[in-house]
Design a protein around this ligand. Sequence first.
Ligand code: PBG
Length: 331
Amino acid sequence: MDEILGGRRMRRNRRADWSRRLVRETTLTVNDLIWPIFLVEGSNVRQPVPSMPDVKRLSVDEAVREAEKAEALGIPVLALFPYTDDALRDATGSEALNSNNLVCRACREIKKLGLNIGLLTDVALDPYTSHGHDGLMDGETILNDETVDQLCRQALTQVDAGADIIGPSDMMDGRIGAIRSALDGAGMRDAQIMSYTAKYASAFYGPFRDAIGTNATLVGDKRTYQMDCANTDEAIREAELDIAEGADMIMVKPGLPYLDIVWRLKDTFRMPTYAYQVSGEYAMIHAAANNGWIDGERAMLESLMAFKRAGADGILTYFAPKVAGMLAKAK
Ligand code: PBG
């Protein structure tokens, strides 16, 4: 064997924990985490989401408590998603523009505390429309430009309520540039934009749609605006446009099945690049762990490290509070 290896033994560096730590190339820290939470009407409400173990829909007062917890853990950003009352959903998603909607109220209440934490709000109409689509519709057709006008107003409403980062997740053409100029025109030059740049039409969003109630409302699918899972070059073109239009950060979604896209976008553009470990990925890890088929905690950490290895600067993950707690203990 010595003649074959000529002294080159890869396992030497792996022989002890201290040595493995010494040669470790990638790290996962609490600063890499963005924690998505779900909002619901009421007070003192913590409503379980059956397809997402440990995830709850929270009333605004409870969300405020979670924000304090997030800050204490050192999580840099919370992402807010609303479960809108059915009575408030309509064909145009008008509730998105209500400055007193759930997301805006949560932003205002959390901001009152002056925490060292950023708020990321989702710009898209699906939580508010009776048909569950992200845009305005004429029959079965999504109206791109009309939708973008409404998204601009939604973004202004959110920033006015205290949102720090706007996250357009709608995949309409031209929305990043339009939102940037609307924000700038309103004097909101400091509001950041994290574009859902490469968002694929995916089966992995199922549990999220339970959480915000759009599995019940969605008519048809989102393939005329979200990307085809077969495409890579198209993600590059989407990123080129978003960056030219003024995105501060770009994102790939879903996460683990699309690590090649994360890698390629980071490698090509060197932008702050994020991955969304979506609800279906979270649910799969929990489901397998609950069956005793995998070690859930190890699978969680391994999946998050994989995002970092692929070049992600951070991860939107429902595991955020759990992993932040574990990282704090490990210190
Ligand atoms: C909708 C939106 C979706 C997610 C975030 N924003 C779902 C969809 O496009 O239907 C999915 C997140 C997840 O699955 O965790 N604008």
